[in-house]
Design a protein around this ligand. Structure first.
Ligand SMILES: [Zn+2]
Length: 282
């Protein structure tokens, strides 16, 4: 029916393995300690989640009994519905005000209700896998309202969910907070070093490189901040939403900007910042 597949595991450190799921090229992590292992994200459908957990359990010699959901998008989350005997962890807002696309995706696969996490947290929590520790961090809305990054300090790897995108432009959606996104990236970057490897939520087509470096994250942070700042400037100059696309050079493609621009205009309007059409353009 769909082109669903689970790629081969690839090791990025002794404790960390990655694989790429289709559709959507989702990068999934498996982090194993001496006592237990945890999956980072869970695939698009219950069937894929079941198969992924089996694959994970056949790779490592310890129980794979924890799953971390990086954010409430179906391709990272709905596999949880097919996973048994795991403790799932997510941000406390995972289920709050689901985006229409998420509800549509649930309906399309006959998911009666959105998979609820067993445990949630608001700002930070850690998980001891036995000699390997996960640090989960949420410092505000960005790509969605419930993004978390997962830091593996001993291995100098940070799972970014969709806060960083190397498969194309960053993806903006109805729950994205473009104004806050750069600050959230700053918090993750603050936990990193020159040598840290970052795992974006999607692998580029071809998928040979599953991690990016700090320089890449800094650049994308700057691009997102630039979009936000440019839109604010346009609004102050009185440029209407329908004219905004052609009014500036954007770091992202037209399809991305056609989603991002209305979103940012709406957010600014909610703060009382709207184009003042009575003023002449300068
Ligand atoms: Zn996403």
């Amino acid at each position: 029916m769909t082109n669903s597949s689970i790629g081969a595991w690839r090791s990025v450190s002794p404790a960390i393995h990655l694989c790429v799921l289709q559709p959507h090229g989702v990068s999934v992590g498996l982090v194993a300690g001496e006592q237990r292992a945890a999956l980072i994200d869970c695939g698009s459908t219950p069937e894929q989640g079941t198969a992924l957990l089996e694959r994970a359990r056949s790779l490592v010699g310890v129980p794979v009994n924890h799953v971390v959901v990086t954010h409430p998008h179906h391709d990272h989350w709905f596999g949880l519905a097919g996973m048994e005997d795991v403790t799932s962890i997510a941000h406390e807002d995972l289920l709050r005000d689901p985006e229409p696309e998420v509800l549509d995706a649930a309906a399309a696969i006959g998911l009666a209700r959105l998979p609820a996490p067993d445990e949630t947290f608001s700002l930070a929590r850690s998980l001891d896998l036995g000699g390997v520790r996960l640090e989960m961090l949420h410092t505000g809305p960005a790509h969605t309202r419930a993004d978390i990054v997962v830091v593996v300090p001993g291995d100098d790897v940070i799972f970014m969910g969709d806060l960083v995108e190397s498969a194309g432009d960053p993806q903006f959606g109805p729950a994205s907070d473009t104004g806050n996104w750069p600050r959230v990236l700053d918090d993750a970057l603050g936990a990193s070093s020159e040598a840290t490897r970052f795992v974006p939520g999607h692998a580029p087509a071809g998928g040979e490189e599953l991690t990016v470096d700090r320089e890449f994250c800094f650049r994308q942070r700057a691009e997102i901040a630039m979009v936000q700042g440019t839109v604010e400037g346009l609004v102050y100059r009185g440029v209407a939403l329908e004219d905004a696309l052609g009014f500036a050079e954007w770091p992202f493609g037209e399809n991305t900007m056609r989603v991002a621009l209305p979103l940012i205009y709406r957010r600014l309007a909610e703060e009382g910042i709207e184009p003042r059409r009575h003023l002449p353009l300068v």
